[in-house]
Design a protein around this ligand. Structure first.
Ligand code: PHB
Length: 375
């Protein structure tokens, strides 16, 4: 996205990616886009498939111990969400890059960044064993939580904020028609479950599990049995079942590295911050970061002014912390606590009841879920 936005401003860039093209477009990830993410895709000329295949949702359901409640986000906030796989977004971005004929290197290795404090930092990598070096004006570290950019910043320069959760999500993709037009977040006695989708034929489902859950202990029929128990509601709703085509376990953490800049290196997306997936904010935050970075760089090349580059980190972090709070809130609200503290358990029930009975509480959830305008 950053490469494309810079290209539209006449600024050249080189993208290096250590995975293969197939890996990045096949890897199933989250799938909820905020309106501002959708608007940016459309405004930058990449919205064609999104507009024809994305599923527009006005609300979500929350199933509280069997009682399914609807939160009508469009009525409460005037905005909705679009369900469109993150890997589909990646496909559209790659197609735009290829159309623009700008450099995009897959399957590079040994990537390193250097001389970050100078005005000409460099990136080194090898492609098919051949070493390359790029001298540039700026480096954008869009290389995810496990990437090399954040660890290239001296430790003394970064402050890390972190929280790990004592559970993970077991996620599946199934060839089954979604039996609800909208997502269902479920807090069941046995733990959290989520019903989502990718198309009119494919359902995406998740179960709360241990962070290091052993997938071999989860044959398909056990997964379906548990999903049906946790998701079905007293009104008779339950998900449609079908052949499982993908399975995986993801851990959950909240993480922020501050500031999101060191010299001429700017961090964006998961390299600087991770949210647990319950709030569906990860991709949307990354998009907001690179929108801001593209504006700051455009201003720099147009006028030589560095104010927007200087305020990049602080401005991004305001949105990041707002999303951190919301993602932590959704996670602690909906998961079965591992702690046996009776007070915490009753408090969670009181919060769920408050959410279902108060329009103000629902509006607060809805406005955070649909996301705030970028800017
Ligand atoms: C998904 O569709 O993969 C999904 C939806 C909502 C979430 C997380 C993941 O909160």
């Amino acid at each position: 996205m950053l490469g494309h936005l810079l290209h539209l401003s006449g600024i050249d860039s080189v993208i290096v990616e250590n995975r293969s093209k197939n890996y990045v477009i096949e890897r199933v990830r989250a799938g909820v886009l905020e309106q501002s993410t959708v608007d940016l895709m459309i405004e930058s000329g990449m919205g064609e498939r999104l507009q024809s295949q994305g599923l527009c949702h006005d609300g979500i359901y929350i199933n509280v111990f069997g009682q399914r409640h609807h939160i009508d986000m469009t009525a409460l906030t005037g905005r909705g969400i679009t369900v469109y796989g993150q890997n589909e977004v990646v496909k559209d971005l790659i197609a735009a890059r290829v159309r623009a004929r700008r450099p995009l290197h897959f399957e590079v290795a040994k990537v390193s960044v250097d001389e970050l404090g100078s005005k000409r930092p460099k990136i080194r990598f090898t492609k098919r064993g051949k070493p390359s070096e790029i001298r540039c004006d700026f480096i954008a570290g869009c290389d995810g939580f496990h990437g090399i950019c954040r660890p290239s910043i001296p430790e003394s320069h970064l402050r890390i904020y972190e929280r790990a959760y004592p559970f993970g999500w077991l996620g599946i993709l199934a060839d089954a028609a979604p039996s609800s037009p909208e997502l269902v977040y479920s807090r069941h006695q046995r733990g959290f479950a989520l019903f989502s989708m990718r198309s009119n034929k494919v359902t995406r489902l998740y179960l709360q599990c241990a962070p290091d859950e052993d997938l071999t202990r989860w044959p398909d029929d056990r997964i379906w049995k548990e999903l049906l128990i946790r998701l079905q509601s007293d009104d008779g709703w339950k998900p449609e079942t079908g052949p499982i085509t993908r399975k995986g376990v993801t851990g959950m953490r909240s993480f922020v590295a501050e500031p999101m800049r060191y010299g001429r290196l700017f961090l964006a997306g998961d390299s600087a911050h991770i949210v647990p997936p319950t709030g569906a904010k990860g991709l949307n935050l990354a998009i907001a970061d690179v929108w801001r970075l593209s504006h700051a760089l455009t201003e720099f090349y147009k006028s030589g002014r560095e104010e927007l580059l200087d305020s990049y980190s602080d401005e991004c972090l305001r949105r990041v912390w707002r999303a951190q709070r919301f993602s932590w809130r959704m996670t602690t609200l909906l998961h079965k606590p591992v702690s046996k503290n009776a007070f915490d358990q009753r408090r969670q029930v009181a919060e769920l009841e408050y959410l279902m009975e108060s329009r103000a509480a629902m509006t607060s959830l809805a406005e955070n879920y649909v996301g705030f305008p970028i800017e």
